[in-house]
Design a protein around this ligand. Sequence first.
Ligand code: ATP
Ligand code: MG
Length: 570
Amino acid sequence: MLRKVIMADLKDEIKDNNEEKEVISRNFIEQAIDKDLAEGVYSEVVTRFPPEPNGYLHIGHAKSIILNSGLAEEYHGTFHLRFDDTNPTKEKTEYVNSIVEDVRWLGADFGGQVLFASDYFDKMYECAVMLIKKGKAFVCDLTAEEIREYRGTLTEPGKNSPYRDRSVEENLKLFEEMKEGKYPDGSKVLRAKIDMASPNINMRDPVIYRVARMSHHNTGDKWCIYPMYDFAHPIEDAIEHITHSICTLEFEDHRPLYDWVVRECEFDPAPRQIEFAKLYLTNVITGKRYIKKLVEDGVVDGWDDPRLVTISALRRRGFTPESIRRFVTLCGVSKSDSSVDYAMLEYCIREDLKLKRARISAVLDPIRLVIDNYPEGVTEELEVVNNAENEELGSRKVPFSRELVIEREDFMIEPPKKYFRMFPGNEVRLMNAYFVTCTGYETDENGNVTVVHATYDPASRGGNSPDGRKVKGTIHWVNAATAVRATVRLYENLVDEEKGKLNDDGTINFNPNSLTVCENCYIEPTVAGAKAYESFQFVRNGFFCVDVKDSTPEHLVFNRIVSLKSSFKI
Ligand code: ATP
Ligand code: MG
């Protein structure tokens, strides 16, 4: 993994430096395209992303979108967004809309035109008729179960259907009657006539059309026969003049059928299928089917629950398109399945936001701090730089007064060794403000600390040592009276990483701490009026984003995008 990462990064740098192209290692898809162009197989590059609108897109789809649109861009070609909506049962307009939004947000340029496979139903029907006329397809009356039995196994050849030798005329008539609704659902299918003894099971007279009375989100009740995926997909690609039809590895064994359909339906030029490995994240649930179940079971709060890795969830959590692109580039493309650590995704968003966002103070678990020698009723303003690593972000004024809040964990009555923050008698720096010395504390009847007392050194304004004396601890704080009171949500992995993703019975091990809600947070007034998707660094706590669903101007709700600590290094 590490090696791949370094290669990809290197590649970027080389590109950035505009050095010679030869140095760049090209992935196997680019190599195949280079060869096709050099040999004149194609004169341009047309790619597509063909989602089935049966759920929301996830990070794996982002990889496919960025790969396909990236290739089109690299070769000055065209990229299509086409819905593979040939299976009406599971498809919904809600999914279509979310998918278009996600593809746009990722910045993939599909030329503004959204295509639908269902717009090609007429052409697919014509192709089927053509196959029948050529003696390459037949209507079969076997039940689904019988078809399965006749199919054979990996080690045994299949048996011909007794309906295989129907005449062309009879097949044409029956197929038309299937279309006209004369036969009940499931009673007849159209099958390609290929080879029941083929070592590739996909080539054993696959079903290409079925009778199914289902309303389609696009074509309504016009059709009661629907094409099967393996028949429809190559035709969709061919109609759109796709040159390189890039899909995931599970379709490798379907490629001979893909080629057969394109050839027998006499498309020229023929699109070419190339497979690559799916993107998996270790201990993270990808896969529409599984995510859908989490949504339906109410384990998460919708498809965009920030703990998921759907694109809408990542956006809601505060990930940027740039961070996802960077992640996909770092992953590279490969021919063998592997799993990437979620920490790499976190690394990418941290890197993206590090220099772009102001670093401000937010106290998530507050405890009062009273500076007893600071004048009552006075509020001063301290000038604070927004991002010490990026001067361009300028500075802001932050209020300071006698009553502040600090993080509860930044005070201890009896500190362990190497604890350099607040404890009675200890001096610390209040970040960007003053040196303060802890003078005492108050507790409630249960012994919980309610207030910490301190005195400040006016000569240390700005947090600078007045006389060269050093303090070991620096803690952040927020002025209590002027703070914005907000809710902050912290996330951990949805899956229990210790126990692993799945139990033997297929159920998921959930992490009971995947969501922590901090209701009583104090944030410096800089965030007042922050809008949905706006993000900030809260010093020491991480990067946070205003939630699009639950935040209101009166009460802000933030999601933690990522903490500042990293276990991932390049
Ligand atoms: P899932 O397995 O999550 O249900 P899918 O493959 O059924 O996804 P489709 O809508 O059929 O989803 O896929 C659209 C495109 O996205 C396909 O070309 C598919 O190969 C690609 N794709 C899906 N999952 C991944 C993944 N994890 N990594 C890379 N590409 C993917
Ligand atoms: Mg699918």
